[in-house]
Design a protein around this ligand. Structure first.
Ligand SMILES: Nc1nc2c(c(=O)[nH]1)N[C@H]1C(S)=C(S)[C@@H](COP(=O)(O)OP(=O)(O)OC[C@H]3O[C@@H](n4cnc5c(N)ncnc54)[C@H](O)[C@@H]3O)O[C@H]1N2
Ligand code: MOO
Length: 420
């Protein structure tokens, strides 16, 4: 019996072998979820001009200094300034300009009084909205306004010469909004890795097709493609390949050109038809890990571009757990995420359940679990069998049982990998 590799050794080897993808300039929406590779400077002030934060009237402070509802300041309305206005009337003493939220401040004005602090030009009591386009000739202002009141100064959000977003930032909706606001149409980022997922096994039939005797549906292909997308990749599922090394070799060579990373499942154990092992003999290394599920693993850098290839075990739970522990961090490293952001979050939780759980000596076990964040507990879902896809679908966590532990009693603290 050959020595087993530890989970950590395998992960170190995998992460030591993959490299971040070369950066490319992408349009903003294509860069969503990607990691920025350069600082993005602010080149023009944001907002670009002083503008109003309220619908109301642009006024001179001295004109409204003593204004009350009983003794309003009566100002001559000289015009209307909508957001986007290019021509601005100058506001002189005793004058006001109607102004809308986001509209540029006109010369001469020092503050904005919201329409609710005026009669809105109606001559009646306090207004609750601006009237239509036909404004009255004058407005009664009921309250004073300090200089700068309800004005958003030019450059107050982002000033030229500062950094809008630093290299290493992961772009999400607010960051993309900022980039658009400062006028950037494209940004240099690491692209999403392109992943091809390939199932192997002569027993596999695509979902939607009836099953002939002895056959099963290809669930790994769909599950792993979804997992790769969840990890931030652009992933495609190739049609399942039968247990013929030549066909698999040809399919892999064909897919290499369109993939930054390849994931296969099945055919890595000790069976007579372990096709991946046979097809990749000498091109990938096959190991047995001190882990359950996920004992047999293959990994290599193949083809002219030395494309990372993960040959995962065929049992569905083994394939999924292996993906989460090894492929997901590799994909995130390729996408430029930092070491602290490669893995699923982990926490500790107390084991909940009717009795103890057992684990084989010398193997790190990952049981499927249901995590209760409020109570700080985790409960096993289904058994340890690596074919149990229904239980996997009900789980939201992996319960990690260390290599040295063979039995865990309810109430014991364990590490939990959070899957959602
Ligand atoms: N004599 C031994 N037998 C096995 C060992 C061992 O050490 N000695 N290891 C077991 C472990 S652990 C695992 S894990 C599996 C790994 O086997 P393979 O990677 O070679 O996978 P297959 O034999 O092709 O399939 C295993 C199992 O999974 C089902 N499968 C495969 N692909 C898919 C798919 N795309 N969708 C759904 N289900 C799939 C397949 O039908 C088998 O039931 O080997 C153990 N055996
Ligand atoms: O290690 Mo296998 O991956 O348990 O089922």
């Amino acid at each position: 019996m050959t020595d087993l590799w530890s989970v950590d050794e395998h992960l170190d080897d995998v992460l030591g072998a993959v490299r971040p993808l070369a950066p490319i300039e992408l349009p903003l929406l294509d860069a969503d979820g990607c990691v920025l590779v350069e600082d993005v400077p602010v080149t023009a002030p944001l907002p670009p001009f002083d503008n109003s934060s309220m619908d109301g009237y642009a006024v001179r402070v001295a004109d409204v200094e003593t204004a009350t509802e009983e003794y309003p300041a009566v100002l001559r309305v000289i015009g209307d300034i909508a957001a986007g206005s290019g021509r601005l009337p100058a506001v002189g003493p005793g004058e006001a300009a109607r102004i809308m939220t986001g509209a540029p401040m006109p010369p001469g004005a020092q503050a904005v009084v919201p329409v609710e602090w005026t009669d809105g030009g109606t001559g009646a009591g306090p207004a609750d909205a601006m009237t239509g386009r036909d404004h009255g000739p004058e407005v009664r202002v009921h309250r004073p306004a300090a200089a700068g009141a309800h004005i958003r100064p030019r450059g107050s959000d982002a000033a030229p010469g500062t950094v809008a977003l630093a290299a290493g930032t992961v772009l999400g909706a607010p960051q993309i909004g900022l980039l658009a606001a400062i006028g950037r149409a494209t940004v240099p980022v690491r692209p999403r890795p392109r992943v091809v997922v390939l199932s192997t096994g002569s027993e596999l039939t695509a979902p939607g097709r009836p099953l002939a005797p002895g056959r099963i549906h290809d669930s790994n292909g769909f599950m792993l493609t979804a997992a790769a997308r969840d990890a931030g990749a652009v992933a495609y599922r190739a049609s399942a390949v039968a247990d013929e090394p030549e066909t698999l070799r040809a399919t892999l060579d064909d897919q290499l050109g369109r993939a930054d990373l390849i994931v296969t499942s099945g055919g890595v154990s000790v069976g007579a038809y372990d096709v991946v092992k046979e097809a990749l003999d000498g091109r990938a290394e096959f190991r047995r890990l001190a882990m359950q599920p996920g004992k047999p693993q293959g990994f290599g850098l193949i083809g002219p571009a030395r494309t990372p290839l993960f040959a995962l075990p065929g049992n569905p739970v083994s394939a999924y757990v292996s993906f989460e522990l090894f492929v997901r961090p590799a994909l995130r490293a390729m996408a430029g995420h930092t070491a602290d952001a490669l893995h699923r979050p982990r926490t500790t939780a107390r084991l909940d359940g009717d009795g103890p759980v057992t684990s084989p000596a010398g193997r790190r076990q990952y049981l499927r679990g249901s995590h209760d964040a409020v109570r700080g507990t985790v409960r096993p879902v289904g058994g340890a069998g690596s074919h149990l896809v229904a239980a996997l679908a009900r789980a939201d966590a992996l319960i990690e049982i260390p290599e040295t532990v063979t039995e865990v009693a309810p109430g014991a603290e364990l590490t939990v990998v959070l899957l959602r």
